[in-house]
Design a protein around this ligand. Structure first.
Ligand code: EPZ
Length: 421
């Protein structure tokens, strides 16, 4: 398992380009199963999670041709209708094949994902979505088995007690494209990744209205055809570099990003004292002093994203006063706080709230990454800390950030990857 050695204390300066969004690319790749024609996804980030999804598509029997960042998927001929535990346990987003396989073949088995470091990850809303389209679903021996002679349109409310579900909205929307008649998804997630998937499905010939609002209408039943698609930029990677600029008191220009997807994040950066300039596809963040204390509450889009909570917790650890961070989506997503305390932070956890007493400086230490965004928070803390930080288990980071250390080092950071075979 690789490790990072980080020597902190250098302000990051320069320009960095974000990759395309992992959380858009994963459902886009699964959506390619909806047609027997070839689909092409461009500028795909070279990430562990993407490799896992491609492996799953190959296991299902789709032809996968990858030429650097261009991926061609052809799901024709004899295909398996199963997502096995061995792959799903590595990546929860494997559940994105549920909707397409069911809609295309009327029958599929997808392993239940099981536990996760960020808290419970139920799938009841995914099941509710496909059941509304006429599927019969049984859960046995760790697998969801879904069957339907033919799917039909239906109306379904997908807002759970934690708010709308991105995954369930996308899965139901994908299945509905091949279901006869009109489907209405109420309480739909509005995340940009939902909109991007709808754009791809529309390019394949689906008729979808309202993606990006809480009510999506899908007029389904037509065969879909192949299409070519360029996914949206990764808003979470852009937000992570914005925090990197602020925590090291540097100046970073982030290009190929979409500031419009980061409105809540930019508001918080300005509130804590960072200077933020934006244009259509570029964000520039600079600070030269400690952040002011602020309060953050995570919420579904367009609210403050849970996927940037850990990174902001690291930043606020250095604030001039006490901040609070309330996690409303995955309530136990705070493992990074305990590791940050090992670096000198003063964070108390009370239920789903972190109370962060800002300290003047962090000091390097050996810390352990627990999930993707927690790892990013530790890297950010290490870049700001005095001395050397060693981060163990960085494979979590490789799931969602492409060559993070290379990008950070181009901005003047000092991260060394230690390969351990
Ligand atoms: C997506 O996960 C992202 N993953 C997550 O990013 C992100 O944190 C999350 O959305 C929220 O924005 C991908 O896109 C691959 P949800 P997803 O269904 O779709 C509850 C990262 O770091 N819920 O929107 O699985 C759930 O427990 C990852 O890149 C149900 O109750 O999240 C949560 O409280 C981590 N029943 C809330 O809904 C269900 O059936 C939102 O979850 C499904 C979800």
């Amino acid at each position: 398992m690789d490790r990072f050695l980080i020597r902190g204390g250098t302000p990051l300066k320069g320009t960095v380009t974000t990759a395309r969004a992992k959380n858009a690319v994963l459902p886009l790749l699964a959506a390619c199963l909806l047609t027997e024609d070839t689909c092409i996804i461009e500028d795909v980030p070279l990430l562990e999670d993407v490799s896992t999804m491609l492996k799953l598509l190959k296991t299902i029997g789709a032809r996968v041709e990858q030429n650097n960042r261009t991926v061609k998927i052809t799901a024709r001929g004899k295909l398996n209708r199963e997502a096995p535990y061995d792959i799903v346990r590595r990546m929860r987003a494997s559940y994105y094949v549920l909707g397409p396989l069911l809609a295309r073949f009327g029958n599929c088995r997808v392993s239940l994902p099981g536990g996760c470091a960020i808290g419970p990850r139920p799938v009841d809303l995914h099941i509710k979505g496909i059941t509304a389209l006429g599927a019969r679903v049984t859960v046995a021996r760790g697998y969801i088995h879904a069957r339907a002679k033919s799917l039909h349109g239906g109306t379904v409310m997908l807002e759970g007690y934690k708010g709308p579900s991105v995954g369930a909205t996308i899965n139901t929307m994908m299945a509905a494209t091949l279901a006869r008649g009109e489907t209405v998804i109420e309480g739909a997630a509005c995340e940009p990744e939902v909109v991007d998937t709808a754009r791809f499905l529309s390019a394949m010939g689906a008729s979808i209205k309202g993606a990006g609002t809480p009510e999506i209408h899908i007029s389904g039943g037509k065969e879909l055809a192949g299409a070519r698609h360029l996914p949206i930029p990764d808003r979470i990677e852009a937000g992570t570099f914005a925090v990197a600029a602020a925590i090291t008191r540097g100046e970073v220009e982030i290009t190929n990003c979409c500031p419009e997807h980061l409105t809540a994040v930019i508001t918080k950066l300005r509130e804590l004292g960072a200077e933020v300039e934006t244009s259509a596809d570029r964000l520039c963040v600079r600070t030269n002093s400690r952040p002011g204390p602020i309060n953050i509450s995570t919420a579904p889009y367009p609210g403050f994203p849970t996927d940037l909570q850990a990174q902001f917790t690291a930043l606020l650890a250095l604030a001039r006063g006490t901040s609070t961070v309330t996690e409303n989506i995955f309530e136990s997503r705070f493992l990074h706080a305990l590791e940050l305390n090992r670096m000198g932070a003063s964070i108390d956890i009370n239920g789903n709230m972190a109370i962060i007493h800002g300290v003047e400086r962090l000091t390097g230490a050996q810390v352990m990454a627990s999930d993707l965004r927690a790892s990013a928070a530790l890297v950010l803390a290490g870049l700001a800390a005095r001395g050397q930080t060693e981060i163990l288990r960085i494979y979590h980071l490789d799931r969602g950030y492409e060559q993070l250390e290379k990008k950070v080092n181009q901005l003047g950071g000092k991260i060394k990857r230690i390969h351990v075979s």
